[in-house]
Design a protein around this ligand. Structure first.
Ligand SMILES: Nc1nc2c(ncn2[C@@H]2O[C@H](COP(=O)(O)OP(=O)(O)O)[C@@H](O)[C@H]2O)c(=O)[nH]1
Ligand SMILES: [Mg+2]
Length: 199
């Protein structure tokens, strides 16, 4: 993937603040601290287009990034950060759900999970809900650099057993080593219908 341009467009808390639905979008969802912002930076080959954080629970906005002036990557608020105030936590679900339901140009989602953790109830709920809405979704196991290759494969097998998904439904990803970057761009290309060379 050749990145010619990547720019931050806007942050939104409600639909009225979204940019017009003129370009295809793919979105990134997952628990706080799972590596969403780092993944977007890795995809667009920028160190800090998206702010990453040592303190989880900071991104509570829907952030839009325009890539190569033809599509957008959308960083959704992280869910499930227990230390966030309850009223802030309650805002997240509807914000994510509102974006997914209301966005006609949303082509697909990446659901991120830390490779070291099991699938939790929140992920199962989100997955089921996305599948019931026929929304294309791929599971991304992040921070694979923390594991050896064989330990990573063993984790995939364990998650296949736990979820009933196929091994091919998981993408192994690390923003440190860039493992999986090309796979993700291929999925983005197939989800948006934009040919990779045109991306
Ligand atoms: N080892 C490793 N650390 C990562 C990776 N991706 C993110 N991190 C770290 O995890 C923390 C949270 O990352 P961030 O991208 O802000 O997560 P977000 O809350 O999901 O957007 C930061 O300290 C990152 O440096 C990765 O692929 N490998
Ligand atoms: Mg973030």
């Amino acid at each position: 993937m050749h990145i010619r341009s990547a720019e931050f467009i806007t942050s939104a808390v409600k639909a009225a603040q979204y940019p017009p639905p003129d370009f295809p979008e793919v979105a990134f969802v997952g628990r706080s601290n799972v590596g969403k912002s780092s993944m977007i930076n890795c995809l667009v080959q920028r160190k800090s287009l998206v702010k990453t954080s040592q303190t989880p629970g900071k991104t509570q906005l829907v952030n839009f990034f325009l890539v190569n002036e033809c599509m957008r990557l959308v960083d959704l608020p992280g869910y499930g950060y227990a230390k966030a105030p309850k009223d802030v936590q309650r805002q997240w679900g509807p914000m994510i759900e509102g974006y997914i339901v209301d966005r006609p140009n949303l082509c697909g989602l990446f659901l991120l999970m830390d490779i070291r953790r099991d699938v939790r109830e929140e992920e199962e709920r989100i997955l089921e809900w996305l599948v019931s809405r026929r929304m294309p979704v791929r599971l991304v196991l992040t921070k694979t650099d923390k594991f050896s290759r064989s330990a990573g494969m063993a984790r995939v097998q364990a998650l296949v057993k736990q979820t009933g998904l196929r091994a091919g439904d998981f993408i192994l990803f690390s923003s440190k080593t860039r493992q999986g970057r090309e796979d993700v761009w291929q999925w983005i290309s197939s989800m948006t219908g934009i040919h990779e060379e045109a991306l």
